[in-house]
Design a protein around this ligand. Sequence first.
Ligand SMILES: NC(=O)c1ccc[n+]([C@@H]2O[C@H](COP(=O)([O-])OP(=O)(O)OC[C@H]3O[C@@H](n4cnc5c(N)ncnc54)[C@H](O)[C@@H]3O)[C@@H](O)[C@H]2O)c1
Length: 385
Amino acid sequence: MRTVRFGIIGCGLMGREFASAAARWCHLPQMQVRPEVVAVCDANEKAMEWFADCCSSVRQKTCDYRELLANEDVEAVYIAVPHNLHEEFYIAALEAGKHLMGEKPFGIDKKANDAINAGIGRHPELFVRCSSEFPFFPAMQRIGRMIERDEFAEIIEVNSGFVHSSDLDPDKPINWKRMVEYCGEYGCLGDLGIHPCHTPFRAGWLPSSVRAVLSNIMTDRPDGKGGRVPCETWDNATLLCKTDEPKTGKMFPMTIKTQRIAPGEKDTWYFEVMGTKKSAKFSTKNANSIEIMEYTGGGPLGGRQAWQQIDMGHEVTFKSITGGIFEFGFSDAILQMWAGFLYELDRGEPMCKFAGCVTPAEAALSHRLFTAAMESQARAATVAV
Ligand SMILES: NC(=O)c1ccc[n+]([C@@H]2O[C@H](COP(=O)([O-])OP(=O)(O)OC[C@H]3O[C@@H](n4cnc5c(N)ncnc54)[C@H](O)[C@@H]3O)[C@@H](O)[C@H]2O)c1
């Protein structure tokens, strides 16, 4: 069993998710490679306390990311910090010779993403990916296999989205994810957008133009000190993309929705593919099942069109000790995603096409799309990607 020693930079929500996944690696009995978290870094000393209590493998704790990157014991880093720090931290990690799992949006804007990609170009020996756990749900893995086997035939339409209601409460105090300086001009696109792009981009479905409608619904928020401050980030975005299908050379419409104010949606990721032979739908609202429709065609009354709902249970790509009938959840998707990262780091290729994390090229395409979407909003026009 190969061990990859990790440092975590940014010990907030996502930093803890990774440490927890690493701590239950015994869940994946067939993995030939495992992570060990040996170092943690956060500007806020208090954020590292949880690691001291829960992560006995940690030997270095520091408030300065440069100290962690200078630690020769650290082979790979997971960096989960606010978006304004991605460019500086990711490039420094590459220059320090560390494999990198970065967080989305992989640079606060396209300029930052270009600089990160230049850094990656200088270090082809390092393995670099961006986190996105949604495709690791069993239903999404099944849809990936269906795409690989061309089961949908000609694609008619794709709808992909990540919508939640975290910002529905106007009295929720502002935090960095609602501030342009830290989250970026993209707002909800940068915050949520890579997730709904991951599977379509992996399928090779590439947007060639976009018409975007973005909205800023809550224009101010409590500052946490008794006053209110402007809240200037985009809350919701709907993108209609003209999308090219390389296999047929035809195009189809694809919608990508990212919403932080979606009433009734606590945290919903969905994906729908409509094809001429089969169609499939999945939503984390009903995380245990997938809907598939096969159009059998023919006959004077036309073909039969019946949606089947199939329970997925724990049909995972990286075999787990959990019984096959049991339900799958968010932290399982995180564990599977990390298995995907380590498998590919170790073997040089993913276990299968849809079991890999977002590549730097896919992240770069998302930046081209979001930058075009911002221009589309500003000019009220369709913009080439
Ligand atoms: N993959 C996902 O599903 C998912 C979910 C949420 C967030 N994210 C992404 O993860 C990243 C972090 O988000 P989060 O929700 O964990 O945020 P968070 O606010 O919970 O954690 C960020 C941490 O970074 C630390 N930090 C800030 N400045 C620092 C510095 N100079 N040096 C070291 N540490 C510093 C903060 O103190 C904080 O503990 C973002 O890029 C975000 O978009 C991904």
